[in-house]
Ligand binder design. Structure first.
Ligand SMILES: Cc1cc2nc3c(=O)[nH]c(=O)nc-3n(C[C@H](O)[C@H](O)[C@H](O)COP(=O)(O)O)c2cc1C
Length: 354
């Protein structure tokens, strides 16, 4: 797969149902992991390991700042492949306490003209026990792993805290950071938890359970002031970082939207950047900021870094730009650092804030 020209195979891929295409990619990656020669070739081709991109964050060495966003590897089935694809770190999940099937299909669509996706997956995953077993097999990890945790659909909102507590207990010693996901649009009522009272209770509970860094992932569909207030409350309550953003329910962003789910990719780029930038204007220097949403090039990643992101993540860009994206982003980042006279990424992080 990695030796092929992605632009050539993309039209064939795009003839397939998007969810089926994802299963196919998963199967191909798992096969690749099992063949050491192939695996090593992928690593050599895609993994950029340059001191100028190394950072110590959460006490862990991040060899490059480009991570895989949550939702691609929901059950931690391909974390080794992600290193081979050049990712400096991987966020698995969203995982819920119990397995659940998610929403009925079809639930994933492409908006090809806009280089975007729309998904209403609904946290389909095999549950925490399955992921725990998968992670234990790979522990300790080559590159940092984040575990993104959520609540089961069947769990009432008033019991949501218990689901997050479960996730923290199971994964606190099996990851480098945890993410609280209350920003998916596909679990009814979940985004209602994006309120200061819940955030305070959540981080109060979480910090009593573990010293592991715990981050909050937010939706882009908020007023800037609301997002800033929410994230500030999270940090005050003990959050170690913010991930902005999840998918958007602003259906005006694409020409032919479905009536359900969240939009990702190029269509949300500006919205996602704007919200990230607002949060960074208040929290840069006070917490770790991760930017995600519509990043598909080194230039866009660099814009987020200059705005205050220590790390970035991609998902939809992989579908449109192909499996070499992380490597391409990292190589471009190195060129941009050089061009701007920076000797290390840390000098570029937040350069636009100073
Ligand atoms: C098919 C699909 C499934 C996703 N599932 C999750 C998920 O389970 N948990 C989560 O926090 N984000 C999930 N996301 C959101 C991504 O992690 C990311 O925040 C969003 O897609 C914006 O980034 P992008 O424009 O690079 O795709 C999902 C996105 C897509 C496209």
């Amino acid at each position: 797969m990695f030796q092929m020209d992605y632009e050539k195979i993309k039209p064939l891929f795009f003839k397939l149902d998007p969810e089926y295409a994802h299963h196919l990619v998963t199967a191909m990656l798992q096969t690749g992991e099992a063949v050491p020669q192939l695996f090593n070739r992928w690593v050599e081709k895609n993994f950029v390991d340059d001191e100028r991109l190394h950072q110590t964050i959460f006490g862990r060495n991040f060899l490059n700042p480009v991570g895989l966003a949550a939702g691609f590897d929901k059950d931690a089935q391909m974390i080794r492949s992600m290193t081979a694809m050049g990712f400096g770190y991987t966020e698995v999940g969203t995982v819920t306490p119990k397995p659940q099937p998610g929403n009925p299909a079809p639930r994933l669509w492409r908006h090809v003209k806009e280089e975007s996706l729309q998904n209403a997956m609904g946290f389909n995953n095999r549950g925490s026990l399955y992921m725990e077993r998968k992670l234990k097999k790979r522990f300790p990890y080559v590159t940092p792993i984040g575990v993104n945790i959520g609540k089961n659909k069947a769990t009432a909102e008033r019991d949501a805290l218990k689901d997050y507590e479960h996730g923290i207990r199971v994964f606190r010693n099996l990851c480098d950071y945890l993410v609280i996901n209350i920003s998916s649009p596909n679990t009814p009522g979940l985004r209602d938890l994006q309120n200061e009272k819940f955030i305070e209770a959540l981080f109060g509970m979480a910090k009593a359970l573990t010293d592991k860094p715990i981050l909050l992932k937010i939706a882009p569909d908020m007023e800037n002031e609301q997002a800033v207030a929410l994230c500030s409350k999270a940090v005050e309550s003990g959050a170690d970082g913010i991930i902005a953003t999840n998918t958007s329910i602003d259906y005006s962003l694409v020409a032919q939207p479905k009536e359900v789910g969240g939009i990702s990719g190029k269509a949300i780029r500006e919205k996602s950047f704007e919200l990230f930038d607002a949060v960074a204007s208040e929290l840069f220097g006070k917490t770790v900021l991760i930017s995600v949403g519509g990043i598909d090039s080194g230039y866009e990643a660099y814009r987020r870094i200059r705005a205050g992101a220590s790390l970035v993540q991609v998902f939809t860009g992989l579908v449109y730009k192909g499996p070499e994206l992380a490597g391409t982003i990292n190589r471009t980042l190195l060129k941009l650092l050089e061009k701007e006279g920076f000797s290390h990424i840390s000098e570029a992080i937040g350069a636009d804030r100073r």
